[in-house]
Design a protein around this ligand. Structure first.
Ligand code: WTA
Length: 639
């Protein structure tokens, strides 16, 4: 067992011993006061269960059939229904009291503020949709979006989808090669970006990175740039336009029809790391996805009409797509979007925001909680956090210490913690508490009703309680990815080949279930590394390292870290005859190619890498070396 796994098992054993029950008041007022009722409904007929949920939304035309599994694993949901997610996220609210309700509160790192009602959001989305149309963007096209956390990011996503195109949002913390690769794979003709983003008082020069990436990738004909930081940037005549210039032209009219889409038409591509090579474009569609994300948000975070909700993720990752942009808007919620870092200028920035905007629901990641916990209790204690009712976490396992700090110091022991397990591929929550669920620190508790998760052995038998195994999903669900963009074989191979006979989806995670049926995620079984909750592939980081001329081969591994969950250690073999670059230079190189989150904490130059006779790198041996531990059985080592 690797060191990160050992540490996690110790946490699980600690967490299992304690149960936290929600207050009767929380349970009584919850949207779903009794999980067993809805679970029974879903177990009786899961297709009908999801159909009932779909009826909460408006459809241009209803479905002929809820689930078509005739071409599994290429499942179809809400067959032949006509919809557009933007209709439910914006259009339908304009006919109700929500027209003048605040959809989005935005605060910049420098204190700038914008509030936007549903009415205004619609106008901005229509205007930008018309701008995109004027650039020739149409149904089925891909628009790449590479921005900081600004309202225009949300507007650009919705405008793209409104006219039937797909967005591919690339996280603003990625850098040149990561962006170029994603533009190229999606073959986007239009890129929307910012001049820069503020981060801890500094300016990240997004436009410079975008220009370089566009140069490398090809395909891009138009670049639209939002002015945020106001520094000088290079604009290429005929290719580059300022967002504000375009939005003031007559073409940017404030009325635009929402394109009628099929439920199974593509909605967006989001690139994520897998086992091998290039990141893969996870593809989601209009119909099932909106049913899944809106139901889960309503039930798990118990959204009420007058709530103020804050998901502190970045819109560039799935958490932001589903639970900053789409689900909250579908539910007609008021959300906060914050540009900056949690601890800038001081470690109480977040707590200040909770107090200032009266946030009722806060959703974040373990790494942020651990990071803020380090600064002690006095920072949150100087703020009134009493508006909080429910708090949540996502992205990686949470250790019991962090869970309890979050519960005691932030939630004042009255807010249940929703530890939500899910993936880019699942679209929405899969294993999660509801507000009524008794909690154990570090466990996501049980599958959401209508989700059929299990922990199994390699041969498909269910594991015994507390036995480690493969986390699988045994039935399809509406928010599931439909394919890997442009690579259906990879979709089948990656997710549906481990348990092919049974027709189950393999998550890539190992897990165990305890005697109460509570799920405990142990970690990834593949070459995915979670750093601060961000999902990275070893292959991508390794290829960034070998793109440096002085490095011929590289291997990276995850090493546990108290705040980030994991950090990256790299082992590099120098090119024959070359003097290897310094550790700092190599780190800078990875930062430039991939982005700051991918930079290894440590880079070691070595003469060789431990490999099996078939040439596979033995990461276990590297891990033992990095941790200063015995390497164990080396009988399969080639050399
Ligand atoms: C991990 C993020 C433990 C898991 C939404 C999964 C978690 C991967 C949790 C997906 C959680 C996510 N507890 N582990 N609550 N949530 N994970 O695609 O390993 O960025 O497979 O989606 O994150 O990462 P992704």
């Amino acid at each position: 067992m690797s060191e990160p796994e050992q540490k996690r098992i110790e946490d699980i054993l600690k967490g299992e011993r304690e149960v936290f029950k929600p207050s009767p008041e929380i349970v009584k007022n919850a949207n779903i006061p009794d999980r067993s009722v809805v679970t029974a409904e879903a177990e009786e007929d899961f297709v009908k269960f999801w159909e009932e949920r779909a009826k909460a939304l408006e459809w241009y035309e209803p479905w002929d059939k809820v689930l078509d599994d005739s071409e599994a694993p290429f499942f179809k949901w809400f067959v032949n229904a006509k919809t557009n997610i933007v209709h439910n996220a914006i259009d339908r609210h304009l006919k109700t009291h929500r027209r003048n309700k605040i959809a989005l509160i935005w605060e910049g790192e420098n204190g700038d503020q914008v509030t936007m009602s549903y009415f205004r959001l619609n106008r901005e989305v229509c205007k930008f949709a018309n701008v995109l149309k004027s650039m020739g963007v149409k149904r089925g096209d891909r628009v790449t979006i590479y921005m900081g956390r600004v309202p225009e990011l949300v507007i650009a996503m919705l405008a793209t989808v409104k006219i039937g195109a797909m967005h591919s949002v690339v996280y603003g913390g990625f850098s040149t090669e990561a962006l170029a690769e994603r533009i190229e794979d999606a073959r986007s003709r239009v890129l929307v970006t910012c001049d820069g983003a503020f981060l801890r008082g500094k300016v990240v020069n997004l436009k410079e990175i975008a220009n370089e990436a566009v140069g490398r990738a090809g395909y891009v004909e138009h670049v639209v740039t939002v002015k945020r930081t106001g520094h000088d940037v290079e604009m290429e005549e005929g290719r580059d336009y300022w967002y504000h210039d375009l939005m003031s032209l007559p073409i940017a009219s404030a009325t635009c029809e929402t394109e009628v889409m099929d439920a199974e038409d593509p909605l967006f591509i989001l690139y994520t790391s897998g086992t091998t090579g290039k990141p893969k474009g996870v593809l989601h569609t209009h119909g099932g996805y909106q049913v899944h994300v809106s139901t889960t948000l309503s039930w798990v975070f118990d959204i009420k009409d007058d709530d103020r909700y804050w998901c502190a993720a970045d819109p560039g990752w799935i958490t932001g797509h589903s639970y900053i942009v789409y689900a909250p808007l579908i539910l007609g919620t008021t959300s906060l979007l914050f540009e900056g870092a949690p601890n800038y200028p001081y470690p109480d920035r977040w707590w200040n925001l909770v107090e200032k905007y009266g946030i009722n629901i806060l959703y974040t990641a373990p790494t942020a909680i651990r990071g803020l916990m380090r600064f002690g209790d006095s920072w949150p204690e100087r703020h009134d956090l009493s508006s909080l009712r429910i708090i949540g976490t996502v992205g990686e396992p949470i250790n019991p210490e962090a869970w309890k700090w979050y519960h005691r110091v932030i939630g004042k022991e009255k807010c249940p913690i929703m530890d939500t397990w899910w993936q880019t591929e699942t679209g929405g929550f899969m294993i999660t508490p509801l507000p009524e669920t008794p909690l154990k620190p570090g466990s996501g508790t049980k599958p959401f009703p209508g989700v059929f998760a299990d922990v199994v052995r390699e041969n498909g038998e269910s594991c015994e309680p507390n036995e480690d195994g493969y986390l699988v999903l045994k039935k399809p669900w509406p928010g599931m990815l439909r394919t890997v963009y442009g690579d259906p074989d990879r979709y089948v191979e990656q997710y549906w080949s481990n348990f092919k006979e049974q027709g189950w989806y393999f998550t890539g995670d190992s897990a165990r279930k305890d005697e109460d049926g509570y799920f405990w995620i142990i970690g990834r079984m593949d070459d995915v590394i979670k750093v601060s909750g961000y999902r990275l592939g070893t292959a991508e980081i390794e290829s960034a390292l070998v793109s440096h001329p002085s490095i011929s081969e590289a291997a990276v591994i995850a090493v546990p870290d108290d705040v980030k969950g994991n950090v990256i250690h790299a082992f590099c073999i120098p090119t024959t005859g070359a003097n290897p670059a310094s550790e700092d230079e190599l780190k800078l190189h990875v930062r430039k190619e991939m982005g700051p989150i991918a930079v290894p904490a440590k880079i070691e130059i070595v003469d060789s890498l431990p490999k099996t006779r078939s040439g596979k790198i033995m990461r276990r041996v590297l891990r033992a070396k990095a941790m200063g531990e015995p390497v164990g059985d080396l009988s399969t080592l080639a050399d």
